[in-house]
Write a protein that binds this ligand. Structure first.
Ligand code: NAP
Length: 297
């Protein structure tokens, strides 16, 4: 049997480079994006363009979705022109967006009624990881479907982990986001303390990046904070969505997450400044508001 025909829905910051990697690996690819112009580059590279998620499903063995939030995944899969209406038994849907585990399970149950199997496979590693195919992929759903799709995941990422039944991939991703968000806040506070105390923050960043304080956030976002490069990356709007989802899950479990709640509110400052579409490194602007000074004056 040849390679599976893949459909890809959502060609944003993450979806586009992931779709390109699948195309380069030789998979027959059909794409759809709500803003049609974002399909042009993929079509020029050899992908087929579809007119709706439904049409993507009709032409594919596996449909991957990489959109924004839970209602968006519901819309492209279960909505009036959604994947479910073009689906036939045996189709596999892989949602790689970060959404609610509860909504994931609901969508999975709806698809199962049509004989469609679903995996939740959110990712970590940012735009860089998407481009370089070094993502960490956390997968929930039936184990046999996971194994069937492993060759596809191996094109997109470096670390692929089966987390358990439907929704457990999303659950793992929310834990990931809690760790990331508090880490960004830690970077902001450490750099601001240094700045206020009169250190050269570039030198500070260099020194602490080589020690125990080093992290993905420090190494990748620290320089952008200093150079005021706020291009996303990972949008603050999406970080806020993820913290909301993590706090909802924690509330269901009766688990306090005081640090997460605090960072969620601090990032509101950046959102209130109209920075929701900027990368999460713009968290430094919220820190600057609190500190009453710029990082570098
Ligand atoms: P993005 O650049 O904002 O792209 C979002 C994509 O979803 C766009 O193609 C958008 O279409 C589409 N979309 C959104 N709502 C839709 C709807 N209702 N119907 C149809 N299409 C819709 O976001 P991204 O950074 O690629 O992130 C995508 C997902 O991956 C999110 O769940 C995010 O949390 C997660 N994620 C992101 C990163 C990162 O570093 N960026 C890392 C890990 C995980 P339009 O072009 O028409 O707007």
């Amino acid at each position: 049997m040849g390679l599976k025909r893949i459909g890809f829905i959502g060609l944003g910051v993450m979806g586009k480079p992931m779709a390109i990697n699948l195309l380069r690996a030789g998979y027959p690819l059909t794409v759809w994006n709500r803003t049609r112009s974002k399909m042009d580059e993929l079509i020029a590279m050899g992908a087929n363009g579809a007119n709706s998620p439904r049409e993507v499903a009709e032409r594919s063995d596996v449909v991957i979705t990489m959109v924004s939030d839970s209602p968006d995944v519901e819309e492209v899969i279960l909505g009036p022109n959604g994947v479910i209406h073009g689906a036939r038994p045996g189709l596999i849907v892989i949602d790689m967006s970060t959404i609610s585990p509860k909504v994931t399970r609901k969508i999975s149950e709806e698809l199962a009624k049509k004989g469609v199997r679903m995996l939740d496979a959110p990712v970590s590693g940012g735009e860089k990881g998407a481009k370089e195919a070094t993502l960490s992929i956390m997968v929930g759903g039936p184990r046999d479907v996971f194994e069937e799709c492993l060759p596809i995941f191996e094109v997109l990422g470096k670390k692929i982990t089966y987390m358990g039944p439907s929704g457990m991939g999303q659950t793992a991703k929310l834990c990931n986001q809690v760790i990331c968000a508090l880490n960004i806040q830690a970077v902001c506070e450490g750099l601001m303390l240094g700045a206020k105390a009169g250190l050269d923050v570039r030198k500070l960043l260099e020194a602490v990046s080589a020690g125990a304080a080093s992290s993905w956030m420090l190494v990748n976002l620290g320089p952008k904070m200093i150079e005021r490069d706020f291009k996303p990356g990972f949008k603050i709007r999406h970080q806020q969505k993820d913290l909301r989802l993590a706090l909802e899950l924690a509330a269901e479990l009766g688990l306090p997450l005081p640090g997460t709640a605090l960072v969620h509110q601090i990032l509101r400052i950046a959102e209130a400044e109209g920075l929701g579409e900027e990368g999460t490194q713009a968290a430094i602007i919220a820190m600057e508001r609190i500190a009453g000074r710029r990082l570098i004056e």
